[in-house]
Design a protein around this ligand. Structure first.
Ligand SMILES: Nc1ncnc2c1ncn2[C@@H]1O[C@H](COP(=O)(O)OP(=O)(O)OP(=O)(O)O)[C@@H](O)[C@H]1O
Ligand SMILES: [Mg+2]
Length: 381
């Protein structure tokens, strides 16, 4: 089963998985494939990695849309029948846009945008990035400019943070603690902040050099600012949460054949299902390929090596080490095969599972991305 139909029948495809498994690479590969197939695609990433930009032929990822010129495809012997753009998510800017949208007036808007606590929360607070990725997704998926948006998610400590981001935002603004905070402030004014302030001074480290009193004032301003935005924010987070369950949104799990990563992917898969989200399949990336053992005698192997090695290297010398490396590679390949088969048995045959081999080199250009895509879409032959 291939991912070609997933790409052609959804408006949004989200890659999720644990750190370093290949989320960014496979997201970019799918975006490249869909663009080549004629769709207008936006590849939205959170990863500022230059590597991804470079492999798309761009100098760097920017927080505004950048087109990947057709010419770049042609340079690699590829044809882009649609269009491909890439954009890096700007958490702070997305948050600012939300504030602008929901603030009751200009003065309230400016008060919160300029507040240092807000600036800290908007750029550094855990969970904000995850939520804002979903927020941005919600915004662009309605944009008729794109047929398909591929979202690459950040490496979250626990990938699950990602899915529950909207709910957690709702909980945070709607929490008893926040309500209590507001009550204390509105009822008793700034004096009552002594207590709260002490607890909150932990935040000070992240916010920079402001005095205790200034800090309390900033907290007060932030809290009343958030209160102003509260209704709009909560409603918005609920919309975003619902949107993630829409049938036009497909989640694709990415894993390596490593047992730990597979374990995490399975856990995540269950969570997706329980949350009513469309889990459209699993990509097992960087699978070691089983290379045949040479079926000629050692003397002949050495001869064959000599023919391809520079003269300065003694083929007899290097042969044992090459045999050892081949043995290790085969051991990896056998272990990987076992892991992929077990995954298939455990997760059920109706789940789309596609393997991408571990290439000798990093995936570093459009051609390599197209090659990854070929495995994902069964065009590899
Ligand atoms: N099939 C592959 N063969 C060889 N190299 C690969 C393959 N897939 C990915 N890579 C390389 O592995 C590295 C990690 O991949 P990638 O950045 O896509 O992972 P990620 O899941 O997005 O990581 P992070 O969680 O840090 O965001 C990159 O250098 C990439 O080029
Ligand atoms: Mg990544």
């Amino acid at each position: 089963m291939s991912f070609a139909d997933v790409l052609s029948s959804h408006r949004v495809v989200v890659t999720v998985g644990s750190g370093g498994v290949g989320k960014t690479t496979t997201a970019a590969a799918m975006a490249v494939h869909a663009a080549m197939q004629g769709r207008k695609v936006l590849c939205l990433t959170i990863d500022p990695a230059r590597r991804l930009a470079n492999s798309l032929g761009l100098d760097e990822m920017t927080t505004s849309e950048q087109d990947v010129p057709d010419e770049l495809f042609r340079n690699h012997g590829l044809e882009c029948r649609g269009a491909l753009s890439a954009m890096m998510l700007d958490t702070k800017r997305t948050f600012d846009a939300l504030v602008e949208k929901y603030a009751s007036d200009e003065e309230a808007r400016d008060r919160i945008l300029q507040n240092q606590i807000y600036q800290y929360v908007a750029s550094s607070l855990a969970g904000t990035q995850e939520y804002m990725a979903m927020e941005k997704l919600h915004e662009v998926r309605k944009d008729p400019k794109w047929d398909l948006v591929v979202l690459d998610t950040p490496p979250t400590a626990s990938a699950i943070d990602f899915l529950t981001a909207p709910e957690r935002l709702i909980d945070a603004i709607d929490s008893p603690a926040m309500r209590w905070f507001l009550q204390v402030f509105e009822g008793a004014g700034k004096e009552a902040f002594g207590l709260v302030g002490r607890g909150a001074t932990v935040l000070l480290k992240g916010i920079g050099k402001i005095t205790g009193l200034e800090f309390l004032e900033k907290v007060a301003e932030f809290v009343s600012g958030i209160n102003d935005l509260f209704g709009g924010f909560k409603e918005r987070a609920e919309q975003v949460s619902d949107a993630l369950r829409s049938p036009e949104v497909a989640f694709v799990l990415v894993t390596s054949p490593d047992p730990l990563a597979i374990g995490e992917a399975r856990f995540f898969s269950d969570k997706l299902e329980a949350a009513g989200m469309n889990r459209e399949g699993i990509i097992v990336n960087q699978v070691h390929t089983l290379i045949d053992e040479p079926d000629i005698p050692v003397a002949q192997q050495i001869e064959a090596l000599r023919a391809v090695m520079p003269e300065s290297i003694d083929a007899t010398d290097i042969h044992p080490r090459m045999s050892e490396a081949l043995g290790a590679e085969r051991t990896w390949a056998v272990a990987d095969r076992g892991q992929v088969e077990r995954l298939g048995e455990e997760i059920g045959n109706d789940t789309r599972i596609v393997e991408v081999p571990a290439f000798d080199e990093d995936v570093h250009d459009l051609a390599a991305l197209a090659r990854v895509a070929a495995y994902l879409t069964d065009d590899a032959a």
